[in-house]
Design a protein around this ligand. Structure first.
Ligand code: TXA
Ligand code: MG
Length: 330
């Protein structure tokens, strides 16, 4: 990335404009976190409800104290280990932080991303950047610059192209605002890694379900009807499809049957990290192909799949056979 482009981005941010910026997780829609105009613009462009708080991105751990108060020792341990990287911490907000950013809550979410372009921009800008994922509310987060163009196009002043995101799903969020730390959103930094640094057991280790209200349960969703099916249920599910149900896109880790009429097989990586990296872009591509539905084979129950499992559950919302035929299979 040229210095000139970064300088142009800084000029836009200083004027209250918005810049799409690559991070290692997903692309963010960044604006000056101290500018109420820029923050309002982010909500407008994303069509995001006002009570849905934004993550503030900083360049140095010392900046934490400008945004948060009563920072527990454990939070410092965690950020000193994983920053820059795919970890967000939720802390009690400093008194002068606008409730616009925090969705009216008394807490604030902060992170240092590790993508070189995001870091270069944060350094050159000098302040903090409020940056939610650069998609319209409820859509799949963008993991390439083209995905951002598709989502927001004219609404952003500049899109910095950093290539495909390395992680592919949003950062792990750890809440330190209550007595015991807990994971609000699983991501590339795993519960086991966090527990090993902190030397404690996290409350939500087994239950990684999103702590969001019902209306937000379907999030990161394709517009095509999307259903989660356990590997055990897959064959029975396919047998029940009628001519009006197809064509169907089927997202699996291994192709199971040689031929099945009306089914488009989409083979995903068998490694959890590679799967996460590919997931959003693949769903986005399938969403454009006008299938009647997208069927996703559920992933293993192992902790290394926590982030992917969470996003698949959110993408499918209530359309989950794994819920009706019993939890925990596959
Ligand atoms: O990887 C990421 O975190 C990406 C990149 C761009 O950094 N950002 C991202 O932001 O995913 P966004 O706005 O799409 O997700 C923000 C989520 C909210 O939905 C909420 O769950 C949580 O972060 N959050 C933000 N502020 C919070 C707060 N004060 N308390 C609790 N949760 C908060
Ligand atoms: Mg988002």
């Amino acid at each position: 990335m040229s210095d000139a482009l970064i300088a142009q981005a800084v000029t836009i941010l200083q004027a209250g404009g918005l810049v799409a910026v690559p991070t290692e997780t997903v692309y963010g829609l960044a604006g000056d976190a101290r500018s109420l105009g820029a923050v309002k613009k982010i909500f407008r462009v994303k069509q995001r409800p006002a009570d849905h708080p934004l993550i503030v991105h900083i360049a140095h751990p010392e900046q934490l104290t400008e945004w948060a108060r009563d920072i527990p020792e454990m939070a410092w341990q965690l950020v000193n280990t994983f920053w820059p990287g795919p970890l967000t911490v939720v802390l009690k907000k400093a008194a002068d932080v606008s409730p616009l950013i925090t969705g009216g809550q008394e807490t604030i979410a902060l992170r240092i991303p590790r993508h070189p372009i995001a870091l270069a921009l944060l350094e050159a800008f000098g302040g903090a950047l409020a940056a939610p994922s650069a998609n319209r509310f409820g859509h799949i987060s963008p993991t390439t610059a083209d995905d951002v163009r598709e989502e927001l196009a004219a609404a952003v002043d500049l899109i910095l192209d950093g290539g495909p995101c390395e992680v592919g799903v949003e950062s792990t969020i750890v809440d330190f605002s209550t007595g015991t730390p807990s994971i609000l959103r699983p991501g590339a930094v795993t519960a086991a890694q966090i527990e090993s640094v902190l030397g404690i057991h996290l409350a939500s280790r087994k239950n990684t379900a999103p702590r969001v209200s019902g209306s937000h349960a379907v999030h990161y969703a394709p517009t095509t009807k999307t259903t989660l099916v356990t590997p055990d249920q897959l064959e029975a599910f396919l047998l029940e499809l009628t001519v009006t149900d197809v064509p169907v896109a089927l997202l699996v880790r291994r192709k199971k049957f040689l031929y099945w009429p009306g089914i488009h097989w989409e083979t995903m990586p068998t490694d959890a990290k590679a799967y996460a990296q590919a997931l959003y872009h693949r769903l986005r591509e399938l969403d454009k192909m006008e299938f009647k539905q997208i069927i996703i084979e559920s992933v293993p129950d192992d902790p290394e799949w926590d982030a992917v499992r969470d996003r698949l559950q959110r993408a499918c919302g209530k359309n989950s056979l794994s819920h009706t035929v019993g939890e925990g299979q596959g």
